[in-house]
Design a protein around this ligand. Structure first.
Ligand SMILES: Cc1cc2nc3c(=O)[nH]c(=O)nc-3n(C[C@H](O)[C@H](O)[C@H](O)COP(=O)(O)OP(=O)(O)OC[C@H]3O[C@@H](n4cnc5c(N)ncnc54)[C@H](O)[C@@H]3O)c2cc1C
Length: 417
């Protein structure tokens, strides 16, 4: 990157020395970040409908199928184990099972099936395992491009994995924040108070609780609470989205050693066929056949599909015969949200070094670059991790890397002016 010598460059905010940007909507094997509950008459039961098997041979797992912890690694892992139990209830030891996808759901499922003596083949389109849990390494530190936290660490199966790996943990404190605008949160609280008792929470969007022309402070607060959390805007989210899941106990853990060790531990000695792009799944009472790009067919007694909601919605994999109407309705009803990250490395720390979070309400566009993780506190390096969700993430997704970094730098300069 070329340094910015423009007259507007702030003397206190240096140019980044490195960046790493995600673009989950453009990732062909994710097509979005994670699922969200959109207003629909099915309400939260949509997840159980997505999870239900089709016949005795075709099974579904993945974060979007989890009613307890949707949109998380914990939900994905539990869903994979739940699908494995389903297979084991109807199948016999030694039968063959194809698992499509090697994320938390697929690995959790395959691990349980292999441990129970089934002959498991895991088909993974990418050249790596982990799916939306994806750690790269840069500047001697783990850079998580998908999941970062363990949400609600008590009684959480992912915390068990962390313990097994001996990985470090940081109890993240969302209230340890610089730059937040409490007035915005107070205003939001007034509008959404009592929303958990709303009589039509499944079919009413959260935006119905908010004024038509929200103040800048309210837009910023709603962005942090909804777009950054659920990867969707208040008008896209059902009121019941806010109450979904059983709610993890305990706070959130950030992993200074990254998610990679947990993925490796979950995988263990499982063999995974990477570069295996499934294009179609045939299913009947007699068994299943997964068809791969390139023409190969993989027959099995059972198939567990862990495709992300974005791919299911796009019809990226053909089902033969096509999925029943109830399943298709569930796929249509659930939303596929977008949350993107930008990691920025600097020559030195220029922000408050002792807080967990930096917040900012951009007076020009409240919600844009409004939430940053202080990587110095978490990783001991001069690094910031910025997030955008919903509309802001979607509009930045169409921009070049240079434009995204320039937009973030413009925000950081105005934040610290
Ligand atoms: C930016 C971001 C931040 C997040 N932050 C957190 C967080 O802090 N904490 C948290 O708990 N969760 C977080 N999540 C959500 C979490 O990452 C997911 O819920 C979880 O990893 C999903 O696991 P999965 O197995 O259901 O799906 P995936 O991990 O997506 O696994 C599905 C697999 O299927 C493969 N696949 C796709 N198409 C095909 C095909 N045609 N043939 C074969 N294989 C295919 C994919 O490559 C992928 O490996 C975040 C996600 C994102 C994107």
């Amino acid at each position: 990157m070329t340094p910015d010598h423009s007259p507007h460059a702030s003397p206190t905010v240096p140019e980044p020395v490195r960046y790493r940007r995600t673009s989950w909507s453009r990732d062909p094997y994710a097509l979005g970040s994670y699922s969200y509950l959109a207003p629909h008459r099915l309400g939260t039961s949509v997840r159980a409908r997505l999870a239900a098997p089709v016949g005795a041979r075709l099974h579904f797992a993945g974060e979007a199928t989890s009613s307890e912890a949707p949109a998380t690694t914990a939900g994905a892992l539990s869903s994979g184990r739940r699908a494995a139990e389903e297979v084991l209830r109807t199948g016999r030891r030694g039968q063959s099972v194809t698992v499509v996808g090697a994320g938390f759901a697929g690995l959790g499922c395959a691990r349980a099936l292999a441990d129970a003596g089934m002959a498991v083949t895991v088909l993974e389109a990418r050249d790596r395992v982990g799916g939306r849990a994806w750690t790269e390494w840069a500047e001697d530190m783990p850079v998580d491009l998908g999941a970062s936290w363990i949400h609600g660490h008590k009684g959480n199966p992912v915390t068990q994995l962390l313990k097994a790996t001996g990985g470090r943990r940081i109890e993240f404190d969302y209230d340890s924040v610089a730059g937040a605008d409490p007035a915005g949160y107070r205003e939001l609280e007034e509008y959404v108070e009592g929303m958990d008792e709303h009589p039509r929470a499944d079919t009413t969007p959260i935006s119905a609780l908010l004024p038509e022309n929200p103040s800048p402070a309210l837009r910023y607060a709603a962005n942090t609470v909804y777009a950054q959390e659920y990867a969707a805007e208040p008008h896209e989210l059902a009121i019941s989205a806010d109450e979904e899941g059983v709610g993890g106990r305990g706070g959130d853990l950030l992993l200074p050693d990254g998610y990679a060790g947990l993925v490796a531990h979950l995988r263990g000695d499982l063999r995974v066929r990477t570069g295996a792009v499934v294009t179609a799944v045939e299913h009947s009472d007699g068994g299943t056949v997964a068809h791969l790009a390139g023409g190969e067919s993989v027959p099995a007694d059972h198939c567990v599909v862990t495709l992300p909601i974005g791919l299911l919605k796009a019809g990226a994999v053909e089902f033969r015969p096509s999925l029943p109407e109830t399943k298709r309705e569930a796929i249509d009803a659930l939303g596929s949200g977008l949350l993107d990250k930008l990691w920025l490395w600097f020559p030195h720390v220029f922000w408050p070094a002792d807080v967990d979070v930096l917040e900012w309400s951009d007076p020009r566009d409240p919600g844009l670059w409004s939430w940053w993780l202080n990587g110095y506190k978490a990783f001991g390096r001069p690094v910031l991790l910025g997030f955008n969700g919903g509309d802001h993430a979607r509009s930045l997704a169409g921009e070049s890397d240079e434009a995204v970094v320039a937009s973030a730098m413009d925000a950081l300069r105005r934040m610290h002016a």
